[in-house]
Design a protein around this ligand. Structure first.
Ligand SMILES: [Zn+2]
Length: 226
């Protein structure tokens, strides 16, 4: 069974053609979708999508949108997790080292969400950009018992496994600092990532690591947007 484990189908970018996007993904063999939360304001749309049989949802506070998170959003997340047992994970949370000005705030928010995941007995969906070693160290310290999925991890494909020796982790070894070009809106027939390229927005479409990570290059041999 093929599941898209990380897609932001709640984003307004999909308002015009969400059903068509899902239909195309299903035609390509994707049977399920995991939609992470990003901001408190978006949680209602995420939860609404979760009423579909083919969508499961997570709630969290994404570091990319750090400026949009309020002081009481963590308490709201705690309450929302308690009130919505259909939520399968806490996330998307994590660290994005491109935004160094909010570094301390990102770590505080991440730590708090790991604690919430532990309290609610849930796994985590983690956004990890250019901070692999430090995030791995923090996870070993906090030891969330239910593991999760690491998104944006830019290290070796073998690396997510030892992120925690007490939980199950998986990750996708790619991330690029560049935006996705519009050419990817028409996936190449040779692109092996077609199912992830059906809508090119910055946080969902994949792109090769441009910093010379040879491990990832073979995955996009003839991507149309390259
Ligand atoms: Zn995401």
């Amino acid at each position: 069974m093929l599941i898209d484990a990380h897609c932001h189908l709640d984003f307004p970018d999909f308002d015009a053609d969400r059903e068509a996007v899902i239909a195309r993904a299903k035609a390509a063999g994707v049977e399920g979708f995991v939609v992470p939360g990003t901001t408190r304001a978006r949680w209602p749309d995420v939860l609404a999508l979760g009423r579909r049989d083919d969508v499961t949802v997570c709630l969290g506070l994404h570091p990319y949108f750090i400026d949009q998170h309020g002081d009481d959003d963590l308490q709201a997340l705690d309450d929302a997790l308690a009130a919505n047992p259909q939520v399968v994970a806490v996330g998307e949370c994590g660290i994005d080292a491109r935004f160094s000005e909010s570094w301390d705030a990102q770590w505080q928010l991440f730590d708090a969400q790991v604690r919430l995941a532990k309290r609610h007995g849930l796994p985590l969906v983690i956004h990890c950009v250019h901070t692999n070693d430090r995030l791995a160290k923090r996870l070993r310290q906090l030891a969330p018992p239910h593991g999760g999925l690491i998104h944006g991890f830019a290290g070796s494909p073998s690396r997510p496994r030892p992120l925690s020796n007490s939980a199950s982790w998986s990750g996708w070894a790619e991330r690029s600092p560049i935006r996705v070009p519009s050419a990817c809106s028409v996936p190449s027939p040779h692109c092996r990532m077609t199912a992830m390229c059906w809508k090119p927005i910055a946080l969902t479409c994949r792109w090769p690591d441009t910093r010379g990570n040879a491990t990832n290059r073979h995955m996009w041999p003839k991507c149309a947007g390259r």
